[in-house]
Design a protein around this ligand. Structure first.
Ligand code: NIG
Ligand code: FE
Length: 431
C-alpha cells in the first residue's frame, strides 16, 4: 500500500507544473476581488479560503485555491509556510509624507497641553518647521531616513507606499525629495508612488506674498517637476489657513494639463467644500474628509473619486470630528485607509493599527478595513490591475499574519502580527 502511494506521487510529480514559490500552511486566506474599488464590501464579498494557498511564478500569482488542490497541480522550488496564520494581499498605504529630517514630538506635547494644530502652525511650527529640516539636509541624509522608514513599513506588512514631498517648498528641495523617492524605489523592495506636494504650505519667504508662491507653483515648479518625470501625482493642502479653493483650483488645473494625476488634502479641519473641488477637477483621491458634507459625498460618488481616510490623524490632532465613513459607503464610495505617516499629524506607520481604529471609530467591518487597505488603496494610486488582491495575473505581493482569521485584523492591536512579507514573489521579510 505504502509503495503504491510512493509510486503514485512520483508519477504525479513529473506532471506537475513548476512554480517559484508556494505560500501554504495558512488557516485562512482572505482577499478582496477585482480591479476596481469596492464600495461597502460585505463580509461575504471577501473571498475567504480555509487552508488556502498561492502559487507564484516570475513575480506573478499563477493560482489561488485550496492548498491540497494547488499541491496536486504545482511543484514549487520553495515553500513559504504560513504556520497556521492568515494570508492577505500586501497592504497599500495611499497617503504618507515619509521624506523628512527631524521629528516634531514637542508639538505633540503642545497639543496634549491644549494647543491646536493651526495655532502651532501659525506660531511658526507645523509643516514649516519640517521645511527647515529638509532644506538643511543632504540627499544622502534624506535617503537614509526614508530607507529606514521603509524597513519599518515593510515589517508592518506594507508593500506599496504613496510618498509625498512637501517639506522642500522650493524647486531645488522638492526635486531633491523626489530624487530621494526615486532612488529608494530603485533600491528598496517596498514600491513607492511619488507625489509632488509643493502646495503643502506657503514657505517662510512667501508668507507675506502668498500670491507670488501660487504663481511660482503654476509657472515654474509644476512644469519643471512634470518635465523631470519624477512625480506621478500632484497633491495640495486645501484648507482655510493654507490654499483656498480658488488657488487650489488654479494649481490643480495646471497640474492636470501637465499630465499629473490629482490628489487633495480636503475638508480636514473645516468644511470648505474641498471634496466638491476634488470631484470638479477629476481627482483620483480626496483625503482626510472629516468635515465633508453630503453634497461633497455625492459629488465624489458621481466623479469616481476615492476617499482616503486617515483615522489616526484626528486622534493625533485631538480633533473630535470623524470622517463619515458609513455615509460614504452607503453612497457607493469605496474608501481607502491610510496612515498619513508624517512627523506632525501622525507618527505611526502601521496599517494594522489604522484598521482597528477604522473599525472602532468609523464602524467599518474587518472585511471593509482589509479591502480599504489593499484593493481600494491600490485603485486610489491607479494600481488596481496590478495590486490589491490575491488573484491570478496580479503581482505577488502578500502578507502572512499571526492571526487565525481576518476578523482579527480589526480586533487586535498593539502587537505587530506580521510574520512574513512577499513582494513580486520574493520573500523580503520574515520573522
Ligand atoms: O496630512 N494636512 C496636511 N499635511 C499633513 C500634515 C503634515 C505635517 O503636519 O507635517 C497631514 O495631516
Ligand atoms: Fe497628509
Amino acid at each position: 500500500m505504502g509503495r503504491a502511494i510512493v509510486t503514485l506521487v512520483a508519477v504525479d510529480r513529473t506532471a506537475l507544473e513548476s512554480v517559484d514559490l508556494l505560500v501554504c500552511g495558512c488557516t485562512e486566506l482572505a482577499t478582496p476581488r477585482g480591479v476596481d474599488a469596492t464600495g461597502g464590501t460585505a463580509p461575504g464579498e471577501l473571498e475567504v479560503i480555509e487552508c488556502g494557498a498561492v502559487a507564484i511564478r516570475a513575480g506573478r500569482i499563477v493560482a489561488v485555491g485550496q492548498e491540497a488542490d494547488l499541491r496536486s497541480r504545482f511543484l514549487a522550488d520553495e515553500d513559504l509556510d504560513a504556520g497556521g496564520g492568515l494570508v492577505v494581499p500586501g497592504f497599500v498605504d495611499a497617503h504618507t509624507h515619509p521624506v523628512f529630517a527631524g521629528t516634531r514630538e514637542e508639538e505633540f506635547e503642545m497639543r496634549t497641553a491644549g494647543k491646536s494644530y493651526v495655532e502651532i502652525a501659525r506660531a511658526g511650527g507645523g509643516i514649516v518647521s519640517s521645511v527647515a529640516g529638509v532644506r538643511a539636509a543632504s540627499k544622502e541624509t534624506l535617503l537614509a531616513g526614508l530607507l529606514q522608514r521603509l524597513d519599518r513599513f515593510l515589517t508592518l506588512g506594507t508593500t506599496t507606499v504613496e510618498a509625498k514631498t512637501g517639506y522642500g517648498l522650493r524647486l531645488e528641495d522638492e526635486l531633491k525629495c523626489l530624487e530621494v523617492i526615486a532612488e529608494a524605489n530603485r533600491t528598496h523592495p517596498v514600491r513607492l508612488v511619488p507625489t509632488f506636494l509643493g502646495a503643502h504650505d506657503f514657505p517662510p519667504e512667501y508668507r507675506e506674498n502668498r500670491a507670488a508662491y501660487v504663481d511660482l507653483l503654476v509657472e515654474e515648479m509644476l512644469p519643471t517637476v512634470a518635465e523631470s518625470g519624477l512625480a506621478e501625482y500632484c497633491d495640495i493642502f486645501t484648507e482655510t489657513h493654507v490654499f483656498d479653493l480658488a488657488d487650489s483650483r488654479r494649481i490643480l488645473t495646471r497640474a492636470r494639463e501637465l499630465g499629473f494625476g490629482l490628489r487633495l488634502h480636503v475638508d480636514q479641519l473645516t468644511a470648505l467644500g474641498g471634496a466638491q473641488l476634488a470631484a470638479e477637477v477629476g481627482a483620483r483621491s480626496a483625503d482626510h474628509l472629516e468635515f465633508v458634507d453630503p453634497r461633497g459625498i455625492e459629488a465624489m460618488a458621481e466623479a469616481g473619486v476615492v476617499p482616503v481616510l486617515c483615522p489616526l490623524v484626528p486622534l493625533y490632532l485631538r480633533v473630535e470630528q470623524e470622517a463619515p465613513a458609513r455615509r460614504m459607503i452607503d453612497a457607493g464610495l469605496a474608501p481607502a485607509l491610510a496612515t498619513d505617516f508624517n512627523p506632525g499629524s501622525c507618527y505611526c506607520m502601521s496599517l494594522p493599527e489604522v484598521m482597528t481604529f477604522a473599525a472602532l471609530r468609523y464602524r467599518m467591518s474587518a472585511a471593509e478595513c482589509l479591502t480599504a487597505a489593499t484593493l481600494n488603496a491600490a485603485v486610489s494610486v491607479d494600481r488596481g490591475r496590478e495590486l490589491g488582491t490575491l488573484e491570478v495575473g496580479k503581482r505577488a505581493d502578500l502578507v502572512v499574519l499571526d492571526h487565525p482569521n481576518h476578523l482579527h485584523l480589526a480586533y487586535e492591536f498593539g502587537r505587530n502580527p506580521v510574520r512574513a512579507v512577499v513582494i513580486d514573489g520574493r520573500i523580503v521579510h520574515s520573522v
